[in-house]
Design a protein around this ligand. Structure first.
Ligand SMILES: [Zn+2]
Length: 127
């Protein structure tokens, strides 16, 4: 069950002024069946919405293909997500306040977070 193990990833945060700080994130790799399951669940929701939209007069011309296409788009996107971020924190590159990274069901680096103290937008990636 190696692929289900949590691991700690060294991360770096970068601000608009190019200062860099380091932090850590706890990441868990998803198994292929987990990825497929969440992708299919998402597809079912959007295609379900597409079926429901068939009943709405006029708007269904727009809504049905939109939900249908969006379902496929998100399905392929979810299939590409390899891991999930459980927790993480990094010091703000501007004011050094701790920034807690919100849980990411589908982890895709880099992440964008806003410092709660100085409102700086920071880009977080793997070091
Ligand atoms: Zn800050």
């Amino acid at each position: 069950m190696m692929e289900h193990q949590e691991r700690t990833e060294k991360i770096i945060a970068r601000s608009f002024v190019e200062q860099v700080t380091e932090g850590t994130a706890t990441v868990r790799d998803l198994s292929p069946s987990e990825i497929l399951r969440s992708a299919l669940k998402q597809l079912a929701i959007f295609w379900g919405a597409a079926l429901f939209a068939v009943l709405i007069p006029i708007l269904h011309f727009v809504l049905v293909p939109t939900f249908f296409g969006l379902g496929i788009y998100l399905f392929t996107r979810t299939m590409k997500a390899k891991s999930t971020l459980i927790s993480g924190s990094v010091a703000c590159p501007v004011c050094s306040e701790k920034i807690v990274i919100s849980r990411q069901k589908q982890l895709r680096w880099p992440l964008e977070e806003r410092c709660q103290k100085c409102q700086s937008r920071v880009t977080i990636g793997i070091s």
